[in-house]
Design a protein. Structure first.
Length: 129
């Protein structure tokens, strides 16, 4: 169990780590989600058009939830990300079909390239009771 002294020390330390405070630091940390690609909360600068997103957001808000405020913008963001995920999935499936067409000798299970980059999964160990 955590002691009262440790809890107080944790609270003091938490007050010190408040994240970036400068405008540049906040802007840079805001873009950390871009590392994760399609899960990014914001529009991906090089791959997506901000003006297109704003138009999309306005259309979603006017049709579905004009008075929803923050929840409405969150809904538009989630719907945009769903479109992004669908686009990525379509691109991956197209790429896979191109690989299979380019290398017809590959067995139906998939290409050697795809197999080589597919992560290996280990079965969970069973514990006897």
């Amino acid at each position: 169990m955590t002691s009262l002294r440790q809890i107080e020390a944790n609270r003091r330390n938490a007050l010190k780590s408040t994240g970036p405070t400068s405008a540049n630091g906040k802007h840079a940390s805001r873009r950390n989600a871009l590392r994760l690609g399609f899960t990014a909360e914001t529009v991906l600068g090089l791959l997506e058009n901000l003006a297109e997103y704003r138009t999309f957001e306005a259309a979603i808000l006017s049709c579905t939830c004009p008075n929803a405020g923050r929840a409405g913008t969150r809904f538009a963001s989630l719907f945009w990300r769903l479109r992004r995920a669908t686009s990525i999935e379509t691109g991956l499936l197209r790429l896979q079909s191109e690989i299979l067409l380019a290398f017809p000798e590959v067995p139906p299970g998939g290409s050697a390239l795809v197999r080589s980059v597919r992560p290996t999964r280990t079965a969970p160990r069973r514990t006897s009771r």
